[in-house]
Design a protein around this ligand. Structure first.
Ligand code: NAI
Length: 327
């Protein structure tokens, strides 16, 4: 089957080419949107990523061009209009789990960097500045960590934090019995928030979770709390987070995802004027650390993403049950 890849980066080309056996792969750097949808004409499948636009108009355009399958090369699918895929008889598959360790470990990297300020120390020492002034951190041992969403990634994260000697609290719609057996306590969100020194978001973006972190929930948190988001940008109302940073109520913010990331992340904009004043404000805080959606970015995860996506397309073509179908 011919597959049109959108938002292709060099590493996508490398891994998909390496594991492809029998499909024709057409790689486009362009984001999938209403302007680029015609590039998929004549392809049976499109392979899209987190910031591609899969709204009703795009899906209609894909169907008109002969596309029967959308293969997401990621776990999340909040950017896909599922009703439109049904209406246009397009199936949608994804990679539900490629490496929960990759994302959970990246969340821990954000915590350790924000806390021990290794990014600042690295730059200082390179400039011959061996002062420790303002590099004070805190022991993770004995601190209380809140995990919002204890699915595949959240449960790995919870266990890593247990390993540091933290007390781990969790909030989810469904309690995970294995985690409870390991001493992780589930609480309603309003009870969890005031107790935590660190809060990490691992739930998907849905109508219920959009802006789950807002002025009201921020107010419930401990002054000086560290907030980590490696899940989806819109879980946090960014303007409210900026306000909480300005009042010093929010002590640290580590994000791998950002509400308006589509126009920024995965691109080298170092020679351009960045027009997004919100991210520029965020970047101005000394206690904010931003990475550009790299939580998934390990060799193991890229291998699994390529293999599973190609197998998803293979199964569709062979008329086999789609084990990774979204709906
Ligand atoms: P999962 O589906 O295994 O777990 C999600 C958990 O969130 C489930 O336990 C679910 O019950 C819970 N949940 C759903 N709605 C909730 C609500 N309203 N309140 C509280 N909990 C709720 O998903 P997984 O694999 O752990 O991934 C989590 C998220 O991580 C994905 O949805 C995606 O947005 C993000 N992600 C980020 C990546 C990155 O590179 N930064 C890479 C992969 C995923």
């Amino acid at each position: 089957m011919k597959i049109a890849f959108f938002s292709t980066q060099p590493y996508d080309k490398e891994y998909f080419t390496k594991y492809n056996t029998n499909h024709e792969l057409a790689f486009f750097e362009a984001q999938l949107n209403e302007q680029t949808v015609t590039l998929a004409e004549g392809c049976g499948a499109v392979c899209a990523f987190v910031n591609d636009v899969l709204n009703a108009a795009v899906i209609k355009g894909l169907a008109a061009g002969g596309v029967q399958l959308i293969a997401m090369r990621c776990a999340g699918y909040n950017n896909v209009d599922l009703e439109a895929t049904k209406a246009n008889n397009i199936k949608i598959v994804r990679v539900p789990a490629y490496s929960p360790y990759a994302v959970a470990e990246h969340a821990v990297a954000l915590i350790l960097t924000l806390n021990r300020k290794t990014h600042k120390a690295y730059n200082r020492v390179r400039e011959g500045n061996f002062s420790l002034e303002n590099l004070t951190g805190f022991d993770l041992y004995g601190k209380t960590v809140g995990v919002i969403g204890t699915g595949k990634i959240g449960q790995v994260f919870a266990q890593i934090m247990k390993g540091f000697g933290c007390r781990v609290l969790a909030f989810d719609l469904i309690a995970n019995k294995d985690l409870e057996a390991k001493g992780i306590e589930y609480l309603p969100l309003v009870k969890l928030l005031p107790q935590c020194d660190i809060i990490s978001l691992h739930c998907p973006l849905t109508d219920q979770t959009k802006h789950i972190i807002n002025a009201n929930t921020l107010r419930l948190m401990k002054p000086g709390v560290m907030l980590i988001n490696t899940s989806r940008g819109a879980l946090i109302d960014t303007r409210d987070a900026i306000h909480a940073l300005k009042t010093c109520h929010l002590g640290y913010l580590g994000i791998d995802v950002y509400e308006q990331e589509e126009k920024l992340f995965f691109h080298n904009l170092s020679e351009q004027i960045i027009e997004d004043d919100i991210i520029m404000r965020l970047m101005s805080f000394p206690n904010v650390l931003i990475t550009s959606h790299q939580g998934f970015f390990t060799d193991e995860a890229l291998t699994e993403i390529a293999k599973t996506t190609l197998q998803n397309v293979q199964d569709f073509e062979a008329g086999k049950p789609l084990v990774n179908k979204v709906i």
